[in-house]
Design a protein around this ligand. Structure first.
Ligand code: GLN
Length: 287
């Protein structure tokens, strides 16, 4: 007997519940993917029989979901800021909370001006590509230390016809020393290496390099804040995504490195998530 759409979803949901809070949605997304149909098709054709090839493919995907493999890797795409991005294992899955960083950056980029922006540690390229799509006049640069990320980011840029300058670089190290930006943005790794969170949910399937920078979780943020001194114009801004418990240490680091107008914005879960600060030129002593 062949499997029907509704019974296949029920079977998958029961299995996926072991590893996901959104088992029903996951089950539907995977089946719609196998059928190459929108999710609404599942509701309008609940009793349609799956052909054996599709049923087998579905079972394989559900087994991979249980490993766990994030849905974004299984589907090969993830939506961010209303654009669809290709996703791949070895590259961090885009998170909805990062849309806050994009909103804040857009507020600082007037549409008619050619501001120079850099996205450090771009991963899939979501931040750089979204900014370029929303602000075509901006000159957007993006770095990543991992060449595999830059390959994927460039595929995504092609998909959205976004002209971004991609640079392989460990934070600022690969950038020309004289290159200065009006705005630097980053969603760096910020989870402490011994944080139990790293073993939960889908995180074990994602690249460690993109999640944790070291023992304190602050190492990458520290390097980015230090280097921003050299690479921001006076009056330029830095926007950083960070952990919900890092608002105070990030503000302290920013203040120590001569930033002003430091403030933190809260994400959709009402957690302090993204800090903004302005670089001010140190006043020259006249004494
Ligand atoms: N916000 C992500 C998470 O909590 C972490 C992303 C990152 O380290 N930049 O899963």
């Amino acid at each position: 007997m062949s499997e029907q759409i509704n019974s296949a979803i029920r079977w998958a949901r029961n299995r996926i519940e072991a590893c996901s809070d959104s088992a029903r949605l996951d089950a539907e997304l995977l089946l719609a993917h196998c059928l190459d149909k929108p999710r609404s098709y599942l509701y309008s054709h609940p009793e349609e029989s799956l052909n054996p090839v599709c049923w087998q493919q579905y079972q394989r995907l559900v087994e991979r979901r249980l490993q766990p493999t994030p849905i974004a890797y299984l589907l090969g795409t993830r939506e961010f800021y209303s654009l669809v991005f290709a996703t791949r294992e070895q590259v961090l899955v885009p998170r909805p909370e990062t849309e806050l960083l994009v909103d804040l950056a857009l507020q600082l980029l007037p549409p008619e001006q050619s501001m120079r922006v850099c996205d450090l540690g771009t991963g899939t390229g979501i931040i750089a590509i979204t900014l370029k799509s929303e602000r075509p006049m901006a000159q957007v640069y993006a770095t990543d230390v991992d060449p595999a990320c830059l390959v994927l980011a460039q595929e995504n840029a092609l998909r959205h016809a976004a002209d971004v300058e991609w640079i392989e670089s460990d934070w600022y190290r690969g950038l020309p020393r004289t290159l200065r930006f009006d705005l630097i943005v980053s969603n760096p790794p910020y989870i402490a290496a011994d944080h139990p969170f790293l073993d939960q949910g889908d995180l074990p399937a994602e690249p460690r390099l993109a999640l944790t920078p070291g023992n304190t979780g602050l190492e990458a943020l520290q390097q980015i804040i230090e280097g921003a001194q050299r690479h921001l114009v006076s009056g330029g801004y830095l926007i950083l995504e960070h952990g919900y418990d890092q608002q105070t240490p990030v503000a302290d680091m920013l203040a120590t490195h001569g930033f002003s107008e430091i403030h933190c914005e809260y994400d959709l879960n009402d957690l302090p998530r993204t800090s903004i600060a302005k670089r001010v030129e140190k006043a020259k002593s006249t004494a």
